[in-house]
Design a protein around this ligand. Sequence first.
Ligand code: ADP
Length: 194
Amino acid sequence: MVDVADHSRASACLVLLGPPGCGKGTQAARLSERLDIPAISTGEMLRAAVTEGSELGQRVGGIMAGGTLVDDQTMADVVRDRLGRDDAQHGFLLDGYPRTLPQAATLSSVLEGRQQQLDAVLFLEVPEAVLLSRALARQRADDTEEVIRHRLHVYEEETSPLVGYYNERNLLRRVNGDQSMDEVTASLLEALEG
Ligand code: ADP
């Protein structure tokens, strides 16, 4: 059980899982505030690196634009680094990581080394037809329908196996993401209390 009420003792190690366009970013920001833990979005971190033009950014820019995944080793370095910072010592909410089974194994070993473990994996479920229409509605200039479909395909192939993986470990909490933003937030908090 995760203590949602007492901010002063927040120490939840959480993952937010769900397909592209399921609303993870919005909900991560809300949960972060409510639970007083940092929301760590690997997508945002990589986009910042691209904007900065750092060595990492130059390496991953093209991969991201095509909707393909950055390699697990690079992501392991990014996440290990980020979780090592002060603000993440008493809990965090990961958004966009892990995205593959090897990344899940890496996360568990990183946490083990810190004498931590995941408390819950919140899985935001949204039907594929809804995802596609949402994605097309807010299409960025460089997001062709083809890239959007590719992202969904990569999610199905690489990321959706994590649902079974975390379910087997009794960490998975399914939440209906096909509701209003406020209802989704309420459902997520409820899932953590349960
Ligand atoms: P979305 O737009 O689906 O919310 P993100 O913002 O989480 O996606 O990530 C954008 C892109 O960054 C991904 O398509 C991928 O190329 C890269 N990326 C982010 N997180 C990861 C990860 N854990 N593993 C591999 N690639 C990642």
